[in-house]
Design a protein around this ligand. Sequence first.
Ligand code: 13P
Length: 255
Amino acid sequence: MRRVIIAGNWKMNKTISESIELVNGLKRELFGVESIDIVLIPPYTALSGISDMLTDSNIELGAQDLHWEEKGAFTGEVSPVMLKDVGVKYVVIGHSERRTYFGETNETVNKKVKAALREGLLPIMCIGEHLEEREAGKAFDVIEDHLRGGLKGIAGEDALKIVIAYEPVWAIGTGKTATPEQAEEAHKYIRGLLAKIYDKTVAEGLRIQYGGSVKPENIKELINEPDIDGALVGGASLKVEQFVPIVKGSLKKGA
Ligand code: 13P
């Protein structure tokens, strides 16, 4: 049985004081929710403070990116060692915004996934097609390319530690969610590919999250799909009154 994982990717939002307010609200409202994994992914500047706030809580900490080197002359970058040091458990890798605006490729994603695993961090590896690719009938080719590229050279036992986030780019921040059927179709396809790349154990054990305009109104129908194991939430993770019902709407599956 795969454990449900609901993660809030705050992207480039929240000052320290805003972060503290949000985390206090979430801790209060989500106290005692233990049957699923809840992860907050704030900007780097808030990691240390939030890490302290989450000590002994049921909520875990994630980061939005990392560099693959351990240390050195890489101005502006943050290493896996540093993330581990601040108490991070999960790290988002290859988000479509990183691929689109900052030149991430399958090769850099693959290096980052390997570096995260080396340091004992759990990667949330993002994959997904653009609208033009879907309209051209190429969605599944893109998914396969991102998946195979990102997982290159990674052994099955390590792959099991990875969470795949399927985020169709046309659904991110647009209010246009993939239908549960469209999302399930993609997730099932990804699981089929994992069985081909690895084996049944990896395909059945690895968690696949859906991301793209997840809201309190659509979480239940998404999470009810057999191959959807959670959500990577953007905009709706910035407000207590939206993130809490998303977490609670996923509990039935996690119970
Ligand atoms: P939205 O939920 O704002 O569409 O963002 C999804 C996302 O990119 C999460 O990583």
